[in-house]
Design a protein around this ligand. Structure first.
Ligand SMILES: [Zn+2]
Ligand SMILES: [Zn+2]
Length: 95
């Protein structure tokens, strides 16, 4: 007879589209659950940077070397704009 093992901590629970992740989740976990495409793009960028197929650049706006990848279009995960935290936030704030 097979006994069900108690479920481990839900690490990768897929989130139904019409459901919001629980408030108690850390902001990053909530963001990941609500932006699966963005998350995938970031994973691909990190892998490409590690492999050397994508080279991290300083912030396009101010030259800060501590930059992160911004995706104008998540459907093109390796087409990124490098921006520092501040300018990255600014891009997203603009509508
Ligand atoms: Zn900047
Ligand atoms: Zn961005």
């Amino acid at each position: 007879m097979k006994r069900k093992r108690p479920p481990a901590l839900p690490k990768r629970t897929p989130m139904p589209a019409d459901e919001q992740p629980p408030i108690k989740w850390p902001a990053q976990a909530r963001w990941r659950a609500t932006h699966p495409q963005a998350r995938r793009a970031h994973v691909l960028v990190r892998a490409a940077v590690r492999k050397g197929t994508l080279v991290k650049q300083p912030c396009e706006d101010c030259g800060d070397p501590n930059s992160e990848a911004h995706h104008p279009n998540y459907a093109e995960p390796l087409r990124v704009v490098w921006l520092c935290r501040q300018h990255h936030k600014r891009r997203h704030a603009r509508r």
